[in-house]
Design a protein around this ligand. Structure first.
Ligand code: BGC
Length: 702
């Protein structure tokens, strides 16, 4: 029987009650899934388990490989590596009995303080789309459905459940929608709606964006799932095109959840069951057409069937079931090392094998797994910074904390029904009495001081500022004054301010490196691995971002955040405002040195450029192409837009011609009256090492 016939036959045999059970979450009897559909046993439809995502598998009660934060994966600018990570997560999802991964998150990084930037990919839509597609194709290659989230304009955590992103059509089309479009074109199995509203309408109920754009224009044929407790209404959502309510059941509490005050950023967990009896009633009364329910069920069954869940062979791939294998540990370490960005280096790095090293920082004995919230994972294998350096160093290693630990923050500690015992997890460090003097003494006696600093971010909260928390800036400055070979390794979920950067010898940005933390740090510090990460987000003083200083833009006034900057987000803004950022989008040094030859346009949408590694060591280069459009009267366009990129590994002395295919998006603009437009004229393709480091250009006519 053809797949469609099979699904139609199944559908025809289901009662309305059975159909309703396929569009509303229920309680997982095994307690592992984040979201659970019970299936219909009598009809041979098995249960369907959805699990978080996106830094690894968060199956309740189970450990799994803890991959680096998504922003680190994005910093590799390596879609093949993202694919390998996705495939590994797919295999682990299957090993833990899950069918769907609630990943990746592809929201554009608009607000530098956003608490979830670590779960997102980029300030640029072509980049976010390409890395997102790598992850999706990897996950789905292992017969697990991916869920791209959060559709759309979920760009801040402050007031995330109520705020309306007031954003014009051109900006939506050119900036915020494209990564989702790329996911749909790549065949993503499901799309999760965001908590926020867009231009006044909740995304769960957004008929134009969900029904018309996603399903209509883009032809998305998978299912649309709500964010958790993120369904606004029964009739509105059903008719807009939402297919599955999650988690579908209210949070169980001892004393009745109605009494809680839900803190900002936490959805009301009593708001559930809208696709249960209320949907049955709405169909009965004709407010929701009965064939809309059939369409919902068809979409869910379609994905179950596509990934082999209806023929009783979940995880049909021969590698299904792999968990915490050496291969997965290696992928986690590869992403962590390749995503590390060498922001500055006066030559101190890579370290000499025999150097005596002082490892300093308030949390040097702890991993930096990720940020807080639904993406938290618990690894089986882990290496702290001190352990990683001790294992690699041939010289002496001493360590000092310098200041009290920087506490992690988590959405789970903000929940009104979490007791104090559960919330306090930093007790074992409470009796430490670190001092900056001890750190300075250790630094002064060593050849090199390596200071590990971190921020603390979580879902449901934005950061208050881009400064590092606690006295970390003071600690770095004191250590730098005591040792001229001071290297700082930053762990942050997005941009941070580094006021001491000119006083230290080198700065590495390691994002949240996950379980491989110390190993990846040591591999890069000692030069076993080239730091080939590039910035997916501009680093600048907080006051220079387009959302700074205007409450109307961020966090919004009267629950409206006005995207007045339009498409001028990230490097598009810094170019337009003619402001030099601290570190531009795409920036990152290598231990090798690359020379670029002359670029050529080899086909309509392809350019080729010879790149040579002129150093005496291997290195990894990320070749980037940006398009500068011709000017058109009355149209304000970004100076340049990323069109394509490629990461290449080159041995010492190796020269290779790198081909880059250029995304249509960089040539087109969205005209609210006439739709996508490519202006006639000369486009300059800039090819180089970052958005501000152009090495060669070529022109193409359109
Ligand atoms: C998050 C989603 C997540 C879901 C399930 C929500 O709070 O926004 O990203 O997948 O919870 O945990």
């Amino acid at each position: 029987m053809a797949d469609d016939d099979h699904i139609e036959a199944l559908l025809a045999g289901l009662s309305r009650t059975q159909k309703l059970a396929l569009v509303r979450g229920a309680t997982d009897p095994e307690g592992t899934a984040t979201g659970y559909l019970a299936g219909v046993e009598a009809a041979g439809i098995p249960p369907f388990r959805l699990v978080d995502g996106p830094l690894g598998i968060r199956a309740e009660g189970h450990r799994a490989t803890a991959f680096p934060a998504s922003i680190a994966t994005a910093a590799t600018f390596d879609s093949d590596l993202a694919h390998r990570q996705g495939a590994a997560m797919g295999r682990e999802a299957t090993a833990l009995g899950q069918d769907v991964l609630l990943a990746p998150g592809v929201n554009i990084i608009r607000v530098p303080q956003c608490g979830r930037n670590f779960e997102y990919l980029s300030e640029d839509p072509v980049h976010a789309g390409a890395v997102g597609v790598g992850l999706i194709e990897g996950i789905q290659s292992e017969d697990v459905a991916a869920t791209v989230k959060h559709f759309v304009a979920n760009n801040q955590e402050t007031h995330r459940t109520t705020v309306s992103a007031e954003v014009d059509e051109r900006t939506l089309r050119e900036l915020y929608l494209p990564p989702f479009r790329a996911a749909v074109d790549a065949g993503v199995g499901s799309v999760m709606t965001a908590y926020n509203r867009v231009n006044g309408t909740h995304m769960s109920d957004h008929e134009r964006l969900v029904g018309d754009v996603l399903k209509g224009e883009w032809g998305f044929d998978g299912y649309v799932v709500s964010d958790w407790y993120g369904l606004e209404s029964t009739v509105g959502a059903a008719n807009a095109g939402l297919d599955v309510e999650m988690p579908g059941v209210a949070e169980a509490t001892d004393d009745g959840t109605e009494s809680y005050e839900w803190p900002d950023g936490i959805p009301d967990a009593t708001h559930a069951g809208l696709f249960g009896a209320p949907l049955a009633d709405a169909i009965e009364s004709g407010e929701v057409p009965a064939d809309r329910l059939d369409d919902m069920v068809r979409r869910v069954l379609g994905q179950m069937d596509r990934f082999g869940r209806l023929d009783g062979s979940p995880g049909a791939s021969e590698d299904a079931g792999e968990l915490d294998s050496q291969r997965h540990r290696d992928i986690a370490a590869d992403v962590a090392a390749r995503g590390t960005v060498l922001l500055d280096n006066d030559g101190v790095l890579p370290l000499d094998d025999g150097a005596d090293v002082a490892v300093i920082g308030p949390n040097v004995d702890e991993l930096k797994l990720g940020g807080g919230g639904s993406s938290e994972t618990t690894p089986i294998h882990s290496v702290s910074p001190v352990e990683g350096i001790e294992a690699r160093a041939e010289g002496a290693v001493v360590s000092a904390f310098g200041i009290p630990p920087i506490a992690s923050v988590s959405l789970f500690d903000l929940l009104p029904f979490v007791g104090e015992d559960e919330a306090a997890d930093d007790e074992e460090t409470a009796d430490r009495e670190p001092s900056i003097d001890d750190a300075v003494e250790a630094a002064a006696a060593a050849d090199v001081a390596v200071v590990f600093v971190r921020d603390a971010t979580t879902e449901a909260r934005d950061r208050e500022s881009l400064a590092l928390p606690g006295r970390q800036d003071e600690l770095v400055s004191a250590v730098a004054a005591a040792n001229e070979n001071t290297v700082v390794v930053v762990r942050s979920g997005g941009p941070v301010e580094l006021p001491w950067r000119e006083d230290v010898a080198a700065v590495l940005e390691q994002w949240y490196p996950g379980q491989a933390d110390g190993d990846a740090a040591a591999a890069v510090l000692y030069g076993d691995r080239d730091p080939s990460g590039r910035l997916p987000v501009t680093f600048a003083p907080e006051s220079e971002y387009p959302t700074a200083g205007a409450e109307r833009r961020y966090p919004g006034v009267d629950d409206q955040a006005h995207y007045d900057e339009g498409v001028f987000v990230g490097y598009r803004h810094f170019d337009d405002a003619d402001v030099d950022p601290t570190y531009p989008f795409g920036h990152g040094h290598s231990y090798a040195t690359f020379e670029y030859g002359d670029a050529e346009a080899t086909a309509e949408q392809t350019v080729a450029v010879p790149v040579e590694n002129v150093a005496d060591r291997p290195g990894r280069e990320v070749v980037q192409a940006y398009v500068r459009p011709p000017s058109v009267d009355g149209v304000d366009r970004p100076d340049r837009e990323l069109a394509g990129f490629a990461a290449v590994q080159l041995d010492a002395g190796e020269r290779r011609t790198v081909e880059l295919s250029l995304d249509d998006l960089a040539f087109s603009r969205y005209d609210p009256a006439s739709g996508w437009t490519v202006d006639t004229g000369t486009y300059t393709v800039e090819i180089g090492r970052s958005s501000r480091d152009v090495r060669t250009t070529v022109t193409v006519e359109r």
